[in-house]
Design a protein around this ligand. Structure first.
Ligand SMILES: *Cc1c(COP(=O)(O)O)cnc(C)c1O
Length: 854
């Protein structure tokens, strides 16, 4: 029969249970297992059904259960404990405050922009690695008290969930996530209404953006949302889904994030009585348009574009995340032009201040003149740039070297800070006590080495490893069964799933976004050999695999299908399984329950990779190509490195590297795993687990990463931001740059001499040069000796730069340096002049240099 009408029945939380709301609204619970258990204990089934979402859990509870809980003394006691713990967590004196007490650095605030944040499964605004990284950044910032405000987008649908068709083809499912059921609260303005900011789009249309707030421990994350009544349909859909839609959809999202984000965070700060952020951090190029808005804000005050740019550069950080040129966000130039909306004066209507459109286009100029490159925009907007692992830093310096002409790759001002993962989030319950014991009770957030590696006995460590593996096997069986039911199989056909996988087999985990360079199917290069490894009776090996392909990536979906077909058809379905719908919850038990975490990207295309770091925290050992973070931390004492076969013939490379992969598994890893003593203990294996956890663990935490961001980037950028706060400083700097550019051709270095006839170790060598400064002053120019070993082609190899000073006694224009030599050998040297100014961070920024003329 038809319903006559409908009505909405809402549940009301009894007064006694109100603290649950407080605990649920602070995402601190996501890394506090006791709080998570508290929610789960309310209704285990509903907990899973809501996707681990306490807000929805509370909304959907029947009144009878609520009444029951409000008189359950044990429950109320646990709830009070969690509330108290949260309150005391929020009050603690934290690392950043201690580091900066009594200095101006204590007042720095960093606005951290990212397209995705992976904090909890129940806040679905992430797709993969970048999001999980930003989420972990926020959590660690909270633990350390680092002054970070996050800015992102609130997506109506989030990212898709993955199911499979009968044929193993990926299907995407999108569900809406109404804000009532999320841990978001409106930011309120002076009138008590939700804060909105506007952005001017082409044809004089205004996008209305609502601002939400998420509380992550001590830290705040602001989320921007265009899905509101005041917007027409095409604007409501701007924040519909992550990485969906066409390029125009994408540029709209990036404008909302960049331009809207600056406005939102500044208004938020005003409303909460704090100064505007002084440092802006773009986590990947998606946020690049924030620079356009900030330039406009300075030009409104009557400053020139150059002054504004100098002030923005001094206070902005750009983190690049891809070593692959094809991975960079690039827009059609005309599209950018249209959204910048040049008027008759050639200035942009997008932002205030009369920003000249052609100057913005120059900042994003690409090798291809028809494109606008968001990474180039990012780099040209900052004085602080970094990659996310040492190797990635080096690759980025070479990839972007053309932006810094006339300087060697080593001088390209892109540093690196290696990624990390939030240890409290990613260490499974039983391993948490191991980590606590190994770190000897030291504060995890600041420990660089877990010195008490032996605090946990071999038997105990092995027992926990077995427990985690068994847990993974149980969950995998359930997921595979569910997946087959969804693929149309009958219960009766699925008896085998109850006994599939072996809780004692060597378990190799592999889960990641499906992209070509990650080589999901490298393990399938030789299916026969793989089958032999899997079915070895004495040393059984099993693979558990997960990953999503981008909805538009047909090649990626084909790879997935190939893998799933192998699992279905090769007679190894109980040893080789694919788990659909990889997300953070799955990642947690997958990285913990595997013995080996396999990572086989094409070197050097993985910027860092973080899933392997999560594995380390749980005592899983690493098997990887020498790429990303593993390139700098790899060691045969706790992992295996797949040798690199650098050839352009990709087929050949895959073949050779996969054979090496099989060899490692078959001849080294499996024998070690199954080498047991009389008590059944794999002594060597457990010893490696211990070494990996205690030595690598503390180096791959997000706590270490955020500390590095603070000391290497946030604090210095805060200082240079303060140095340009009074705009007369960047104004003079901009004028100075102009003057130096014009005068530079007349700076001449010549007549370089070595004035020490017989250099000996332990003594100094005096080098000198004649330098003509033309119209410049001595303080405008730095003259330096570059000295180092010479390679076959006559180039100085990573030379050291030593300052030269004006020779007061000698002839006019003569500069000298005393170079101490400690070790004997053959060295080369040269002299160069570069511009010098307190607001210039790297000589490469201006691209100006003079070498000796012969
Ligand atoms: C950690 C994580 C990633 C990133 O893993 P990579 O090793 O960087 O590929 C992606 N997705 C999810 C769900 C994760 O938890």
């Amino acid at each position: 029969m038809k319903a006559f009408n409908s009505l909405d029945v809402q549940s009301v939380l009894p007064e006694a249970l109100k603290p649950l709301e407080t605990i649920a609204m602070n995402l601190r619970w996501t890394w506090r297992p006791q709080s998570e258990r508290l929610f789960r204990s309310i209704d285990d089934h509903l907990w899973r059904e809501t996707g681990h979402n306490p807000i929805q859990l509370l909304q959907r509870l029947p009144a009878s259960r609520l009444r029951e809980l409000s008189t359950d003394a044990d429950f109320l006691h646990r709830m009070e404990q969690e509330l108290e713990e949260l309150e005391s967590y929020l009050e603690q004196d934290r690392w950043y405050a201690k580091q900066t007490r009594g200095t101006e650095d204590a007042n720095t605030t960093v606005a951290y922009f990212s397209m995705e944040f992976g904090i909890a499964q129940s806040l679905p605004i992430y797709s993969g690695g970048l999001g999980v990284l930003s989420g972990d950044h926020m959590k660690s910032a909270s633990d350390l008290g680092a002054p970070v405000i996050g800015i992102g987008l609130l997506y109506t649908y989030g990212y898709f969930s993955q199911t499979l068709s009968r044929e193993g083809w990926q299907q995407e499912n999108y569900t809406t996530h109404p804000t009532e059921g999320l841990a978001v609260a409106p930011v309120l303005d002076e009138r008590g209404k939700q804060l909105h900011v506007g952005i001017q789009f082409p044809e004089n249309r205004m996008v209305d953006v609502a601002v939400w707030k998420v509380v992550v421990g001590n830290a705040t994350l602001l989320l921007l949302d265009t899905n509101i009544d005041t917007n027409p349909e095409d604007f409501r859909s701007i924040t519909d889904r992550l990485y969906g839609g066409d390029v125009e959809h994408r540029i709209k999202q990036e404008l909302v994030l960049g331009v809207g984000g600056v406005r939102a965070v500044q208004r938020f700060c005003e409303l909460s009585g704090q100064p505007h952020p002084d440092v802006y951090h773009m986590n990947e190029g998606h946020a690049g348009f924030l620079g356009v808005e900030r330039i406009g804000q300075i030009m409104v005050q009557g400053e020139s574009f150059e002054t504004a740019l100098a002030a923005v550069r001094a206070s902005t950080i750009f983190t690049t995340h891809t070593p692959v040129p094809a991975g960079i966000d690039r827009f059609d130039l005309h599209l950018v032009q249209r959204y910048l909306q040049g008027n008759d004066h050639g200035t942009s209507e997008l932002v205030a201040g009369g920003v000249p459109v052609h100057r913005i286009l120059e900042l994003g100029a690409d090798e291809d003149p028809s494109r606008f490159n968001m990474a180039h925009l990012g780099l040209r907007l900052v004085q602080y740039a970094n990659g996310v692992a040492k190797l990635h830093g080096a690759v980025s310096r070479s990839m972007f070297r053309n932006l810094y002409p006339n300087f060697d790759i080593d001088e390209v001002p892109i540093t690196s800070i290696t990624n990390g993962v939030h240890s409290q989030t990613w260490t499974r319950g039983s391993m948490k006590s191991v980590v606590a014991a190994m770190s000897g009770g030291r504060e995890l957030a600041t420990a660089n080495h877990w010195h008490e590696a032996d605090a946990v006995g071999d038997q105990e460590l092995w027992r926990i490893r077995n427990e985690l593996r068994a847990d993974l096997v149980t969950r995998a069986r359930r997921l595979v069964r569910q997946s087959w039911l969804a693929r149309g199989a009958e219960e009766a056909e699925l008896g085998w799933t109850r006994s599939m996988l072996d809780p004692n087999a060597l378990t190799i985990g592999f889960a990641r976004r499906v992209s070509t360079y990650k080589r999901l199917t490298l393990m399938l290069q030789n299916p026969e050999r793989l089958r032999r490894i899997l079915t070895n009776a004495d040393r059984p090996v099993q693979f558990i695999i997960a990953g999503k392909a981008h909805p538009a990536d047909m090649g990626g979906k084909q790879l997935l299908q190939e893998l799933i077909r192998f699992a279905d058809e090769a007679g190894v379905r109980d040893r080789f399984v694919f788990l659909p719908d990889y997300d953070v919850t799955m990642a947690k038990f997958l990285v913990a329950g595997s013995d080996i975490w396999l990572n086989n990207p094409i070197r050097p295309q993985e910027a860092s990779g973080t899933s392997g770091m999560k594995a380390v925290m749980n005592g899983c050992l690493t098997l990887s190509t020498s790429d990303g973070w593993w390139d700098e931390l790899r060691d045969d004492r706790y992992g295996w490195t797949i040798p690199d076969v650098p050839t352009d013939d990709q087929r050949q490379r895959d073949l050779l590297e996969s054979e090496a992969l099989y060899d490692l598994i078959e001849f080294e890893i499996a024998p070690m795993f199954f080498d047991r003593d009389a008590t059944g203990l794999p002594k060597e294996w457990v010893s490696r687990v211990r070494t990996s956890m205690s030595e690598v663990g503390p180096q791959v935490t997000a706590e270490r990463m955020v500390r590095d961001y603070c000391t290497e980037l946030y604090i210095p950028a805060g200082r240079s931001s303060r140095a340009v706060r009074d705009l007369s400083a960047p104004r003079q700097f901009a004028e100075w740059q102009q003057r130096v550019r014009e005068a530079w051709p007349k700076v001449v270095v010549r007549d370089v001499r070595n004035e020490t006839e017989q250099p000996i170790t332990g003594g100094n060598v005096q080098l000198s040069a004649h330098v003509e400064l033309g119209e410049l002053q001595e303080q405008d120019v730095r003259v330096e000796v570059l000295i180092g070993e010479v390679d076959e082609s006559g180039d100085l190899d990573k030379p050291q730069a030593l300052p030269m000073t004006r020779d007061e006694e000698g002839e006019p224009g003569r500069w000298v340096a005393q170079v101490p030599f400690d070790v004997p050998g053959k060295f080369g040297f040269t002299v160069r002049a570069v511009p010098q100014h307190t607001l210039l961070r790297s000589p490469a920024e201006m691209g100006l240099v003079q070498f000796p003329r012969s």
